[in-house]
Design a protein around this ligand. Structure first.
Ligand code: BTN
Length: 244
């Protein structure tokens, strides 16, 4: 991973650039990095604010297991980011299901995975990771300020984004190798250790529907298991999770 790196001063979205490179046959492990994004994309069609100072990158993957399991690869990225932030900076980073990285309940990193469509002849997957590294949280839109943090604001100093990205890619690669060997359970074990969701009361929203309960675990595919107030269990495959 990272043998080929495409670096840009500014792009619309590194995921879009990576998808285009992938369609044109870029090898597995190709990384796209930009200093800033004009139209950074978040999950559920949301905009991802991507000013200078962040680490905005996308990785092209061609996993050897088909069909491609996007949620599993997204887990890998979340675990790799949380591990990196914890180990390199000593911050208490954890994961909110499925893969937001939080420090003290504030988001510092998000992951957006996209899969090739049928019109693309070669299968690929693009995993995009956004880490609020050297970002001044008070310069972000006001509605984000209470729920967002950055490495800079946690540490009161700038960090080296070069080292951050290097360490992240190293952690990601180690887990991706495990995944390709069929050892996803090892990754889930790490995910569970880093989870800030398990054991908490959560609210899951999907469109206009929502359900509340205690998060009691994740299954082997990464779905969240909720125990509702009446004691019944509910498996949640996707949705927006809020800790309550
Ligand atoms: C989320 O939590 O909503 C996911 C955010 C993902 C942001 C990253 S930044 C690099 C890559 N390019 C994008 O346009 N989005 C992802």
């Amino acid at each position: 991973i990272g043998k080929e790196i495409h670096y840009f001063r500014e792009v619309d979205s590194t995921n879009e650039v990576a998808k285009k490179l992938a369609r044109n046959g870029a090898p597995e492990g190709t990384v796209v990095i930009a200093e800033s994004q004009r139209r950074g994309k978040g999950r559920r069609g949301k905009k991802w604010i991507s000013p200078l100072g962040g680490a905005w990158l996308s990785i092209i993957l061609r996993p050897n297991t088909l069909p491609i399991n996007a949620p599993q690869l997204t887990f890998i990225a979340g675990v790799a980011a949380a591990q990196t932030i914890k180990n390199e900076y000593g911050l208490d980073a954890g994961i909110k299901w499925p893969n937001d990285v939080l420090i003290d309940d504030k988001k510092v990193c998000g992951v957006l995975t996209e899969i090739s469509t049928e019109i693309d002849t070669i299968d690929y997957i693009v995993t995009g990771i956004g880490i609020d590294a050297n970002i001044d949280v008070n310069l972000l839109p006001s509605e984000l300020q209470d729920t967002t943090t950055s490495l800079k604001s946690e540490l009161n100093q700038d960090i080296s984004r070069m080292i951050l990205v290097q360490k992240f890619l190293g952690n990601f690669e180690a887990m991706y190798d495990e995944f390709n060997k069929g050892n996803f359970h090892e990754i889930l074990k790490k995910w569970r250790q880093l989870s800030k969701t398990i054991g908490r009361q959560v609210e899951i929203r999907k469109g206009t529907e929502f359900v509340r309960g205690e998060a009691i675990g994740v299954n082997s595919k990464g779905a969240l298991i909720l125990e509702l107030d009446d004691g019944t269990l509910r498996k949640i495959i996707s949705g927006e999770c809020r800790h309550i």
